[in-house]
Design a protein around this ligand. Structure first.
Ligand code: PMP
Length: 355
C-alpha cells in the first residue's frame, strides 16, 4: 500500500481472477469458464486491416450499429440496451449507482465473488442471503427485501438456476426495487429473463460475450432493461469513460451477432460435453451439483478439494478451487471440448487410483 492511498480503500479486498498461465498452450484450461471454441468465421474476417488502420480514430461511444443488431436479436429497442467493457464493468456501475447509503443490496451468500468486492468498494450494506444445504437459492428469501437485488442465474459457482416463475415472484414482491439478474451463463440451459423486461420496469438483465460467444478477451458485456435504467447507466458511462468498447470489439461483436446460430450450436455441444462429464464423474463417486452453466461444481469423498486441484495442475490441467470454508471441498470445472473432458476424466481416474 502506498502512502497516497486514501483510507477508505485501505481494507479493500480485491477480487482474485482465475489463473491465466503464461505457458497457456501446455495447459488444459478448465478454470475460468471461457469457451473452448474460436469465435465464428465472420468475427475473424471482421478484423480487417482497414478496421485496424481506423484504430487511430476514437470508436463510436454509442455503439450504434451493435446496439441495433442486438436489439433485433433480443427483440427489444436499442434504447433498452447498455453495452460496456465486460459485464464486470456493468456490475460495478450497478453497485455504484443503484446502491448506496439509502439503498442497501442483497445477493446470495455463495455467488460470483465480485459482488462482495463491489459492495465493499462502494461501501454498500449488503445482506448475503444464505443458500439451502444443497446450494440452491430459496427465491422466497429474496421476496419483499426492500433492497437492490443481484442474483446470478444460473448461480456461480454452483450452476443451479432459478425458474422464470421464481424470478417473477421476486420482481412482483419488490416492485420499488431494482432486481438485477446476471445471466453470464444463461445460454447453457437456463431460461433468460430478457423477455420479462417488457413487463417489469424494475428488472435489469446483464449478459456477456465472454462465455457463450467466445469473446472473453474482447471484453463486452451488456444489460437489457427499461430505457430509464439504461439512461442512468449511460450517464455514468459518459461521466467516466465513453469509449469503453473499443473499435475492434464493436466490429467483432457485430459479426458475432450476425452469426448467432454458430454460438447456439456450440452451446449445445457444451451441454452434451457437460452431460458426458457429469456421468463419468458420478460413476467415479463424485457429488455433482446439477448445472445449467458451462461449468460443474463437484466434490469427491476420496480426495480433498484442494489436493485434487493441485494434482490436476501438476498434470497441466487447471480447474478452479475456492478456499471459502463452505465450498472448500468443491472444485469448479469448466466444460471444454469432448477431447479435453476425456483427458480430464482420465487424469482424475489416475489421481484417485493413487490416493
Ligand atoms: N457474472 C458472472 C456470474 C461471472 O462468472 C462473470 C465472469 N467471471 C462475470 C459476470 C463477468 O464476466 P465478463 O466481465 O467477462 O463479462
Amino acid at each position: 500500500m502506498s502512502k497516497f492511498l486514501i483510507s477508505k480503500y485501505h481494507e479493500l479486498e480485491a477480487y482474485t481472477p482465475g489463473e491465466q498461465p503464461k505457458d497457456m498452450e501446455t495447459f488444459i484450461k478448465l478454470n475460468t469458464n471461457e469457451s473452448p471454441f474460436s469465435p465464428s468465421p465472420g468475427v475473424v474476417s471482421a478484423l480487417t486491416n482497414e478496421e485496424i488502420n481506423k484504430l487511430r480514430l476514437y470508436c463510436d461511444p454509442d455503439c450504434t450499429l451493435l446496439r441495433k443488431k442486438m436489439a433485433e436479436l433480443f427483440d427489444v429497442t436499442p434504447d433498452n440496451i447498455f453495452l460496456s467493457n465486460g459485464s464486470d464493468d456493468i456490475l460495478n456501475f450497478i453497485f455504484m449507482i443503484f446502491c448506496g447509503d439509502e439503498v442497501k443490496a442483497a445477493f446470495p451468500e455463495i455467488s460470483y465473488g465480485f459482488y462482495k468486492v463491489y459492495a465493499q468498494l462502494h461501501n454498500v450494506d449488503s445482506y448475503k442471503v444464505p443458500l439451502r444445504e444443497d446450494f440452491s437459492i430459496d427465491h422466497k428469501d429474496f421476496c419483499g427485501l426492500n433492497r437492490t437485488i443481484i442474483i446470478a442465474n444460473p448461480n456461480a459457482p454452483t450452476g443451479i438456476a432459478l425458474t422464470l416463475d421464481q424470478i417473477e415472484e421476486i420482481l412482483q414482491s419488490n416492485p420499488n426495487d431494482l432486481v438485477v439478474i446476471d445471466e453470464a451463463y444463461v445460454d447453457f440451459g437456463a431460461d433468460s429473463a430478457v423477455k420479462l423486461t417488457k413487463e417489469y420496469s424494475n428488472l435489469l438483465v446483464v449478459q456477456t460475450f465472454s462465455k457463450s460467444r467466445s469473446m472473453a478477451g474482447a471484453r463486452l458485456g451488456f444489460a437489457i432493461g427499461a430505457k430509464e435504467i439504461i439512461d442512468d447507466l449511460n450517464t455514468i458511462k459518459y461521466s467516466t469513460n465513453p469509449y469503453n468498447i473499443n473499435r475492434l470489439t464493436q466490429a467483432a461483436a457485430c459479426a458475432a451477432v450476425d452469426e448467432n446460430e454458430y454460438y447456439m450450436e456450440k452451446c449445445r455441444v457444451i451441454m452434451e460435453n457437460r452431460a458426458f462429464t457429469v456421468k463419468k464423474l458420478e460413476s467415479l463417486g463424485f457429488t455433482v451439483i446439477p448445472s445449467k452453466a458451462n461449468f460443474i461444481f463437484v466434490k469427491s469423498d476420496k480426495i480433498d478439494g484442494e489436493e485434487l486441484y493441485l494434482k490436476l495442475k501438476e498434470r497441466k490441467i487447471l480447474i478452479r478451487h475456492f478456499t471459502a470454508e463452505k465450498i472448500a471441498q468443491y472444485n469448479r470445472v469448466t466444460i471444454g471440448t469432448l477431447e479435453q473432458m476425456k483427458t480430464f476424466i482420465k487424469a482424475v481416474e489416475e489421481i484417485l487410483s493413487e490416493v
